[in-house]
Design a protein around this ligand. Sequence first.
Ligand SMILES: *Cc1c(COP(=O)(O)O)cnc(C)c1O
Length: 422
Amino acid sequence: MSDAIFSYHDDVLHAENVALPALAERFGTPLYVYSKAALTNAYRAYAKACEGRNAVVHYAAKANSNLAVLGVFAKLGAGFDIVSAGELARVIAAGGDPKRAVFSGVGKQAHEMRFALEKDVFCFNVESRPELDRLNEVAAQAGKRARVSLRVNPNVDAKTHPYISTGLRGNKFGVAYEEAFDAYRAAAAMPNLEVIGIDCHIGSQITEISPYLDATDKILDLVEKLEAAGISLHHIDVGGGLGITYTDETPPDITAFATTLLDHIAKRGHGHRQVMFEPGRSLVGNAGVLLTRVEFLKHGETKNFAIVDAAMNDLARPAMYEAYHEIDPVERRAADAVTYDVVGPVCESGDWLGRDRALAIAPGDLLAIRSAGAYGFAMSSNYNTRARAAEVMVDGNEAYLVRERETVESLFAGERLLPDNA
Ligand SMILES: *Cc1c(COP(=O)(O)O)cnc(C)c1O
């Protein structure tokens, strides 16, 4: 872990200038802690590559859709990539500009399209022929023309986990490369659609640049073929997916990555078109930690367990993708480390957060699960009727509660018993 923003001072882990034990004391655990400086630095790394070019950054809100996180990016000037009407509502509530949002996703419902048209989103990233038909119809009913881009599946291997690889044939995403030309012709003939762009998104946690270059080349081939057929595209959206360092991965530096792609597009003669980046994980992943407290240490014959108060419902990635997150004691102790599986209280063997970790810890100690800013809280659930964690954002010396811990009563407030006579 290389980020200096979450670092030790006198053997106590801090977020910026705030000691994490103080936050655990004040807000309880499990607790998500984000750093505003880390969010800002990551955004600026993209913005630096875009400076002086026709290129923009749309934060993929699904990675972490807390209003305060969206608000930070809105203030920095980001656009947004959204995948539901709910996310659009969040972006608006956070002060984001819906006119700078692109609407992705394979299953947009008519009511979501209507809402997005009402808010005048910049573009619908359409993923299938039937979606084109539906959007054309909804736009006609609203008396509008919807701006569209087609998400094309370039059939390249992003070399990442199969669950987060999206650009291969056989994925549910996008229009097949071979069918894209015809789909564009169909879209261009629809009276209530305005074809303006093309997009792809080949996967997530990608740590090499070559799959992006391959995908971009295929997209540009198609752009040229479309241009020759009289369909001229205003923008090329290269998607998100850039990986981060969880442990020993070495993804390209953000600015270098974005610059390389922009240069590549310009070199191929498409520098006049707007380029969009849609990063999620690389903007927020290393800007957050999940704080959890050790409840019990259980020493067994073959394994030792550190049972903590966070669980798979708080951070699903280990259970879901066997994802690795570094786990560090918040206060370093001078004691010998013991190897533990760090597990939560949920009644599932899949409820683990880290395996075979050497830790010098005692019951009551705090642990920081690193790199938890992306797909952490956003994927959390109430499984086992566990109230979801609170979220805090640190800015320099200040810490702000940006989501209250849920109450147990709120979890079943919408439920009803059957009537007595049933
Ligand atoms: C999820 C998603 C992103 C962001 O992906 P990251 O891997 O978090 O950068 C961008 N675009 C689309 C269409 C997505 O579905």
